[in-house]
Design a protein around this ligand. Sequence first.
Ligand code: ATP
Ligand code: MG
Length: 337
Amino acid sequence: MKTILTGIRANSVLTLGNYLGALLPMVRLANKHSHDFQVNIFVPDLHSIISDVDGNLTENTIRSLKYYLAAGLNVNENVHIYRQSRVPAHSELCWILNCVATMGELNRMTQYKEKGEGKTSVNVGIFDYPVLMAADILLYDANYIPLGEDQFQHIELTRNLAMRFNNKFGEIFTVPEKTADQVKFMELTDAIRIRDLLNTEKKMSKSTAAENSKIMLNDEPERAAKKIMSATTDSLGKIKFDMFVQPGISNLLQIEALVTDTPLQDVIATWAGETRYGELKKKVASSVSQMLEVFQARLSEVTDDEVYALLEEGEKYANEVANKKLFEVQKAFCLRV
Ligand code: ATP
Ligand code: MG
């Protein structure tokens, strides 16, 4: 059986953009493939500590996992949930791969260039985390790793490390699929980018200060509806999907489609020729508040105990699989016979 592997960050409260653009597509992908793939969903908590120590890391980890369950993730015997820090093989393999990766190739990582290049005070974790990421992937022979475009370079690095390793030591690692094939597998034609409700040139972000610019997953449904009603539109007086000319209106149509699970083309057709922005806003406001109500009700039903029980099973599985791979690698390096 092939393996899909995805990391979900231990996060603070998420926005509707995070939900529609990242959480929901991932849950749908996992549900679609959980009968013919192993689906590994892990919280990369060792990656979280790179930026800073977060006093709420444990709490945020559990909350993130609850979000996935509330978003409809079906857990069966092929779906495994685990925390990176509870599977020591990740750190072990990272060290060994550090002895395979070169300074040159890590220096080329754009994420590092943006965040740390040239700063001597930057921690080594920022430089090295692509290698930890390679370990996260290679330990499980993962084929598909659904990720954003900003991470493609790290997939390529993982492929290069695996191929270099295999050339020297034999076929120990599965080389993950090329990024182009990853994208095909994800069935993403266009990346979903929900816009900021007030400043429609920007994407909706949880770190944006203005409360009315973003819908948070824990917003009171009524409050969320009000935010939609006050969203920026334009003065053209026609409802047409065109992200460049009418980003505000297009954003509302896009949200309506995703929240009601209707093809965008159908939503566009329904509103074609309409001119009353207020009517569109009312409809989207109602759809969003209904979605939030359902999501929040489900979320309140997911207990800590449920999450910890899933982690117990998942971490047992992950340690078994990862240790097996690590032993092979240790043998190759003459660390064991
Ligand atoms: P921050 O402001 O802290 O960067 P963010 O809202 O941009 O927060 P991230 O943590 O950077 O969120 O991203 C989490 C995931 O959500 C990523 O997969 C990212 O692609 C996705 N995402 C973030 N914002 C949007 C958005 N507006 N529309 C669709 N997807 C989004
Ligand atoms: Mg961001």
